[in-house]
Design a protein around this ligand. Structure first.
Ligand code: ADP
Ligand code: ADP
Length: 228
């Protein structure tokens, strides 16, 4: 795990006609869990995609620990992302889905990878699903697999893009508790995007409120909501 630093990060589209993220600066401490809220189109996904290396910034710097990763290939970065739609490979089993990320990021032997997947699957309560394919799973189970696939890599940084918004209310509460438990056990340096203010409140060590690609407010949940 490591600190994540964004320095005047910027993303323009359409030759500058759209400024999706405007000179955003933010320090996420080692092990800190930051929730990011804001209206649709305020730049939440674009920010995550830049940190993940899926999109190149138009300006600014991204650091993980001391290292400048701004121009580094996504595969080289030690960043794991969890998506709303799970993004599992449909033709691979749960074991293969979880082992895949590990193959990209480590040089463990095949047996060692399978062992690590098993341990993580047990931690997530999905050890009985390892031979199943994604379409045999419920939404909640798929999201557990997606989380497990991210965790098994032991990344420096976790990114969550509205991971719970496809789940029903009851499952959302269960998974929220689950993510908080993992956060406590593993000390995950995280950016967690949600449009659910209560989720942001209860989960975040700090909350970031984005508006029009700008950082409107950042602070502990209590301070942000008492001084809106
Ligand atoms: P959010 O995740 O907060 O809903 P996004 O990061 O998806 O916001 O988008 C921020 C802004 O950038 C929006 O105005 C959106 O329309 C625009 N945008 C995002 N991706 C692209 C793209 N590939 N091309 C042009 N405009 C984009
Ligand atoms: P989100 O709000 O979760 O970012 P969107 O529906 O806004 O989801 O965006 C989905 C995809 O469409 C993203 O890959 C984004 O880059 C792209 N996109 C969003 N807005 C635009 C736009 N104005 N022009 C082109 N692509 C866009």
């Amino acid at each position: 795990m490591a600190r994540l630093t964004l320095e005047t990060l910027r993303k323009e589209y359409d030759r500058g006609r759209v400024v999706a993220v405007e000179d955003l600066s933010l320090d996420v401490d080692d092990g800190e869990f930051i929730t990011v809220v804001g209206p649709s189109g305020c730049g939440k996904s674009t920010t995550l995609r830049m940190v993940a290396g899926l999109e190149s910034p138009s300006g600014g710097t991204i650091r993980i620990g001391e290292e400048d990763v701004t121009d580094q290939n996504a595969r080289k970065r030690d960043v794991a992302m969890v998506f709303q739609n799970y993004a599992l490979y449909p033709h691979k089993t749960v074991m293969e889905n979880m082992a895949f990320g590990l193959r990209m990021s480590t040089d463990l032997s095949k047996d060692a990878r399978r062992e690590r997947v098993r341990e993580t699957a047990e931690m997530m309560g999905i050890e009985d699903l390892l031979d199943d394919k994604p379409d045999e799973l419920s939404g909640g189970q798929k999201q557990r697999v997606a989380l497990g696939r991210a965790i098994v890599r032991e990344p420096d940084v976790f990114l969550f893009d509205e991971p719970l918004s496809n789940l029903d209310a009851k499952l959302r509460t269960t998974m929220r508790t689950e993510i908080q438990r993992l956060q406590n056990e593993l000390g995950i340096t995280s950016l967690y995007v949600t449009h659910d203010q209560e989720e942001a409140m209860t989960m975040g060590d700090r909350i970031v409120i984005l508006k029009d690609g700008n950082l409107q407010q950042v602070g502990r949940p209590k301070d942000v909501y008492e001084n809106p």
